[in-house]
Design a protein around this ligand. Structure first.
Ligand code: ATP
Ligand code: MG
Length: 567
């Protein structure tokens, strides 16, 4: 490919609305352009890489027996209504104004279950793994970070259909292995976390994560021990608050200037963990109080799983005053109205010597003993794991990091097949719903994550597998020197003969300009050819990742690059 004829609109300046390095570099290196908020056009150079990512996805999905589909983005709304997901998706789903019976698909579980219901009739027809690489539409509320979170984005989604739980386990395992291979082949450093299944339902789900300061997920990890978990479900080893000896009788005391746990602990010289915090939530429209250690934060996902509903929200101040007769900061489990349920975090099991609000502004109780003085409706793990706590595998400190979700694997179960009547006859002729799994990868996110992990101040550093071209030949003074033209073109032909993709910078530009652009584009090897070197029968090879340069005779380049690319 001749660069003078190839459309690579590079930018010198960092576009000011782009914050993530990958977003900046994809714009600067001419891989993408934004068309609207969350909507991007792939330009030729970017699309070359995107196709290589798709090749890897197809190879690995085919290797586990996946069969490729292409399902439409336009979907009949009534199919989505059968699973109640028009309502569940809310504003995230795009609706079509002049066709009220159609929506744009944000994912494809329903359509898969629909096709299965038509044609999969017997246990003999499964297992099936159906996949596609296709555009999804989601009206994301905050599209930012470029293609990392688009409103139209490419997903590799796949779905498994099985007759038994064991069959689902196997399909899930196959996907897990394929996902490991895919991300390894793409050169991405990732970790896997157990995740909350959220609104999708189903039993087991894991996410493939990439640590990144811009990530919108939070995870607790210890790379050495291998513990990693989404913060939504993360656990750790923490000493329970426990008992103090000879805990005196419970006693009310005045705390007029203590509005927070910190005030209370400081003003009265109390141990912060024994200052129990009362968090008030509305769960399915009922007010509940959750008691936890003073330093802990309530984990809403854990609360949702405990109560088995996603209808949970913090109570507001007026609701609290109304129900407790006191303001936040003075609430507690003692002398609480009969009809309010009280739950407590596991770390408070058996604790005593606790301090908590008296449900009367400006007063607290001290010397509370959970067993002696409180009526607790249930204990559970309600807290959010904190940085530095011991992981449950090695006991060593956990790190809490931001992360980007690259892929997600779900054991869906029968929720969708039941709703859409996708049933099969088992070996005994008994009708059963098909057991489904659902598995997704953000194709564009892979590419953006690769750039996040592989760039420097000068530009992108592609790996050998995904690079848009294998070799970047920089012809210095190409427009003026016939000799440079001759050597460049011969080399290009010879490299293409052995299957390497070559970009030849034949533009009428100064060397410094070409060097800068080449580093920005990030092709793994640059071959720098100019008259000065050729006079001594030398050209320069520059490796983009190390910056190392070697001088070599033009006749040795093909051999050198054959080795470099292990052809
Ligand atoms: P997120 O929490 O980041 O919104 P999700 O849980 O909604 O992701 P899934 O529905 O599981 O994602 O979709 C499967 C994969 O599709 C994700 O793991 C992610 O890589 C990708 N993906 C999801 N939303 C987007 C988006 N708006 N833009 C680009 N890729 C996305
Ligand atoms: Mg999402």
């Amino acid at each position: 490919m001749y660069q003078s004829q190839y459309f690579i609109p590079t930018l010198k300046e960092i576009p000011n609305d782009a914050q993530m390095p990958s977003h900046q570099l994809m714009l600067r290196a001419g891989l993408i352009r934004q068309l609207a908020a969350g909507v991007f056009s792939w330009l030729p150079l970017g699309y070359r890489v995107l196709k290589k990512v798709q090749d890897i996805l197809r190879e690995e999905m085919d290797a586990i027996g996946g069969q490729e589909f292409l399902l439409p983005a336009l979907n009949p709304k009534d199919i989505w209504e059968q699973t109640n997901r028009v309502e569940a998706m809310g504003d995230v789903m795009f609706h079509i104004m002049n066709r009220d019976n159609l929506v744009l698909a944000p994912t494809h579980e329903e359509i898969i279950a629909y096709h299965a219901s038509q044609s999969i009739k017997s246990y003999k027809d499964v297992p099936q793994i159906w996949y596609q690489i296709q555009n999804k539409f989601r009206n994301e509320p905050r599209p930012k970070s470029g293609v990392m979170r688009g409103r139209q984005f490419l997903m590799k989604d796949s779905y498994s259909l099985d007759a038994t739980e064991e069959g689902l386990d196997l399909s899930y395992e196959k996907h897990s292995e394929a996902y490991h291979k895919i991300f390894e082949r793409c050169g991405i450093k990732f970790f896997v976390v157990g995740a909350s299944s959220g609104a999708m339902g189903g039993s087991k789900s894991q996410e493939f994560m990439v640590e990144n300061p811009f990530g919108e997920d939070t995870c607790a990890v210890n790379y050495e021990s291998g513990y990693s978990s989404n913060i939504e479900v993360a656990i750790s080893e923490v000493e329970p608050v426990g008992k103090i000896e000879n805990c005196p009788e419970m006693e009310k005391f005045a705390t007029p200037n203590a509005k927070t746990i910190k005030d209370l602990a400081e003003q009265f010289g109390l141990e912060i963990n024994r200052c129990a915090k009362s968090v008030v939530y509305v769960v399915d429209s009922k007010v509940v109080l959750i008691l936890m250690r003073g330093i802990d934060e309530l984990n809403e996902s854990k609360l949702q799983s405990f109560f088995g509903t996603n209808q949970v929200r913090p109570a507001d101040d007026s609701e609290i005053l109304n129900v407790f007769g006191a303001n936040p900061g003075s609430l507690g489990p003692i002398k609480i109205k009969e009809n309010i349920q009280v739950f407590a975090d596991n770390l408070l099991i058996g604790a005593n010597g606790l301090i908590s609000g008296a449900n009367e502004d400006g007063f607290h109780y001290k010397n509370i003993d959970m067993e002696r003085d409180c009526k607790i409706d249930g204990y559970a793990d309600f807290r959010t794991v904190l940085e530095g706590e011991a992981d449950t595998i090695s006991g060593n400190p956990l790190k809490v990091v931001n992360a980007i979700e690259l892929g997600h694997i779900f054991k869906l179960g029968t929720k969708y097949s039941e709703a859409l009547g996708a049933k099969i006859l088992d070996e005994n002729g008994k009708e059963k719903p098909i057991i489904m799994g659902s598995y997704g990868i953000g194709v564009e996110r892979i590419l953006a994550c690769v750039i996040e992990q592989n760039h420097d101040e000068n530009g992108i550093v592609w790996n050998k597998g995904l690079t848009p071209f294998h070799v970047h030949i920089l012809g210095l003074g190409y427009d003026k020197s016939e000799n440079v033209q001759k050597v460049c073109n011969e080399l290009k032909v010879n490299l293409e003969k052995i299957g390497l993709e070559v970009l030849l910078d034949d533009r009428k530009e100064r060397p410094g300009f070409k060097f800068k652009d080449a580093d920005l584009l990030g092709i793994p090897v640059q071959v720098i050819i100019g008259d000065r070197g050729l006079d001594e029968n030398k050209v320069e090879l520059k490796y983009r990742s190390s910056g190392e340069k070697i001088e070599i005779s033009p006749t040795n380049i093909v051999e050198n690059l054959t080795k470099f690319y292990e052809i």
